[in-house]
Design a protein around this ligand. Structure first.
Ligand code: ZN
Length: 275
């Protein structure tokens, strides 16, 4: 059997998985969004959090959540767009979130990206701080994007914290030492499909290490599809491949990983995804 035919992992015992981070508003899903969501739900991925990256995508995320019970949304300005995050934009995001209490379950993605640096690091840091404060005002957990900016992210989280509503280091890319520090700040760690890649040793170690009550899984779709779909469009149903790999690394069952990560997602987002 070719790798691409590897069947979608079957999840039993009424367990389900939540894709804690996906970008359903992106054009990649423009023609078949309803089918993408239905495929996920049919296979046991019963909840999807679609993430805002700027004002338009935050509004679009809310709209998608409004139309799909299994989808909830977040608002935020991605570090790539930090230079456009004026105070007026941030106050509109606050209004969007406050106006959609049933749909909005988090604030982000926000943070620092020192790899691409589409916005100067100084601006990224200042916009990151402002959005952390806004998230606290709104009483929402924060979703953090951190690429090659571990120490600065941690310093800012510590000075702007504590975060009573918690948060997520999404698409976690640090080592176990960094994972420990992040967990100490009341954060969860979300593991993406990269964990299935053959050279992802450090992420695999982290996936095995994370305490049960801090573990989440995600696609970051349409990006970063897990094996056997690496290089193709990622979509929520593929969270099952990631969860299965995480289960293997933790020497437990897919159903156990499904249960603990779903429980964590429901607690953190304050939403009962219907398994
Ligand atoms: Zn993302």
């Amino acid at each position: 059997m070719s790798k691409a035919r590897q069947p979608i992992p079957f999840i039993c015992d009424g367990a389900c998985v939540i894709d804690s981070h996906c970008h359903l508003d992106m054009n990649d899903y423009g023609t078949d969004l309803d089918a993408v969501i239905a495929r996920a739900v049919d296979h046991g991925v019963k909840g999807i959090v679609t993430i805002g990256i700027d004002e338009d995508s935050s509004a679009a995320a809310i709209e998608i959540a409004r139309n799909h019970r299994s989808v909830r949304a977040t608002v935020g300005v991605h570090p790539h767009d930090a230079a456009q995050a004026s105070d007026a934009v941030l106050s509109r995001l606050g209004e969007l979130a406050a106006g959609a209490p049933d749909e909005i379950v988090g604030y982000g993605e926000i943070g620092l990206d020192y790899v691409k640096q589409y916005a100067p690091p100084g601006i990224q840091r200042s916009v990151f701080r402002k959005q952390l404060q806004l998230a606290k005002t709104l009483g929402l957990p924060v979703i953090i994007h951190d690429r090659e900016a571990h120490q600065d992210c941690l310093d800012i989280i510590k000075t702007e914290g504590p975060f009573e509503n918690g948060g997520i280091m999404h698409c976690f890319s640090g080592d176990i030492g960094f994972a420990r520090k992040v967990i100490d700040c009341n954060f969860h760690i979300s593991i993406p499909g990269i964990v299935t890649y053959s050279k992802a040793d450090q992420m695999q170690d982290v996936a095995a290490f994370i305490p049960d009550e801090r573990l989440l899984v995600e696609t970051d779709g349409p990006f970063l599809a897990p094996v056997p779909f690496r290089g193709r469009r990622n979509e929520p149903v593929y969270t099952l491949y990631t969860a299965q790999k995480v289960a293997e690394l933790r020497q437990t069952s897919l159903e156990h990983v499904a249960r603990i990560s779903t429980q964590n997602a429901c607690n953190l987002f304050g939403y009962r995804f219907c398994c």
